[in-house]
Design a binder for this molecule. Structure first.
Ligand SMILES: [Zn+2]
Length: 397
């Protein structure tokens, strides 16, 4: 991995042999191999998990190619998410190998305090250059506070978040640790707890807009992870969704209201339904035994409505629902945005949360006192390099 990066950097100093490209619309890993005249077995020899991983490559994703003097591809790095990339190496045009390797990045904890001039959304975007931070802040308080009514000019807010950096540039979505807003002298905060969910100062969960579980009485058999190392296979893996093991035929419900944008058969995900919700969110329901009658592209569904039945179609090892959540084309952890019925922490979990809260409150107090200024992120890039046009298209699809 290190060797490859060094090699790329080294070569790029001398010749223009490294090409930086965007993954074209409609391209799959198989068609990519075909265009490059590389063996299709490169894909078919992969195990199921790795084959599924190749389906995560999306149009607009950035990739790099290294070619020999004849123009034949010798290596390629293709992004899968902000943690993993596929490394394709070809010894000859007949023999290639592909492996998921980690994307090396560093994470910095960043913070800022600002006084309201206009609105939280506008002021945060103006101060940081990041629409994501502005959106994260507003969503966090959307269901509990009324900024328009209660906010006054000069009120304070603080955000503390983790930001990834790669080659010195910020990339990928920031992870909010704590957000605080003081309105008319009263502080309101939300905190990221160790269960990866957000809670307010009283230990009540911040409500999201999605159902906690799209399948009733199901057991989570696989959690969301952007990157994990499989010690036996000695390979990197990602699981960009949550798996719910349930009996074949168990009804699947729409996690939120929205419009069906896809209902059909795919290779990896089998019978697949995708639903588009507001704010650029899309939910995905894979490996279904069958669709519910009438569920097809263009249909509007309500939260909780049955859309299909658990099965094991596609690249699947047993009956389960693979539930995915995407925001503007990026896979995100559904556990972070779902609405859970157990509303308030209690007992041990509450104690543990209060410890985290105390520490985060101290950090907030520090930045209020220090009047920490926001760092502008004008060169902020999503790892996927989706351009605005692409993003807009995806949001309106
Ligand atoms: Zn899965």
């Amino acid at each position: 991995m290190k060797y490859f990066l060094l090699l790329l950097l080294h070569l790029s100093l001398f010749a223009a042999t490294v090409e930086y490209e965007r993954w074209p619309k409609g391209e799959t890993f198989l068609t990519f191999l075909e265009h490059e005249k590389l063996p299709q077995a490169t894909y078919y020899d992969l195990d199921k998990e790795d084959q599924k991983l190749t389906e995560e490559i999306r149009s607009g994703f950035n990739y790099q190619v290294l070619r020999d003097d004849n123009g034949s591809l010798t290596q390629a790095l293709i992004l899968v998410n902000d943690e993993l990339q596929l490394h394709l190496t070809c010894k000859s045009m007949k023999e290639c190998d592909v492996r998921a390797i980690p994307i090396i990045s560093t994470t910095k904890r960043e913070a800022f305090m600002l006084k309201i001039e206009n609105s939280p959304y506008y002021d945060i975007q103006k101060a940081t250059g990041s629409k994501s931070l502005a959106q994260i802040f507003v969503n966090g308080f959307k269901n509990s506070l009324n900024f328009r009514r209660d906010l006054r000019k000069g009120d304070k807010l603080v955000m503390i978040y983790d930001q990834k950096y790669r080659f010195g540039k910020p990339f990928s979505m920031p992870t909010l640790q704590v957000a605080m807003i003081e309105m008319r002298g009263k502080k309101h905060s939300i905190y990221l707890n160790s269960d990866e969910r957000y809670y307010d100062e009283k230990g009540r969960q911040v409500e999201g807009f999605l159902l906690a579980r799209p399948v009733k009485n199901a057991r989570i058999s696989s959690k969301f992870t952007k990157r994990r190392y499989h010690p036996i296979l000695k390979r990197y893996r990602a699981h960009l969704g949550i798996d719910y093991a349930a009996r074949r035929g168990t009804p699947i419900m729409a996690a939120g209201s929205g419009k069906v944008i896809f209902a059909g058969r795919t290779r990896g995900y089998g019978n697949l339904t995708k639903i588009r919700h507001s704010d650029g969110y899309v939910t995905l329901y894979a490996h279904q035994k069958s669709f519910r009658r009438g569920i097809k592209r263009g249909k509007y569904v309500k939260q909780g409505q049955i859309i299909g039945y658990v099965g094991t179609t596609g690249l699947s090892t047993g009956p389960h629902l693979h539930f995915g959540l995407y925001k503007n084309g990026r896979a995100i952890n559904p556990a972070r945005v779902v609405r859970v019925t157990t509303k308030k922490l209690s007992g041990k979990a509450r104690k543990a949360f209060l410890k985290i809260k105390k520490d985060l409150d101290a950090q907030v107090a520090f930045h209020v006192k220090a009047q920490t200024k926001a760092k502008r992120m004008d060169d902020y890039q999503y790892i996927y390099y989706l351009d605005r046009e692409e993003e807009k298209k995806e949001a309106t699809q």
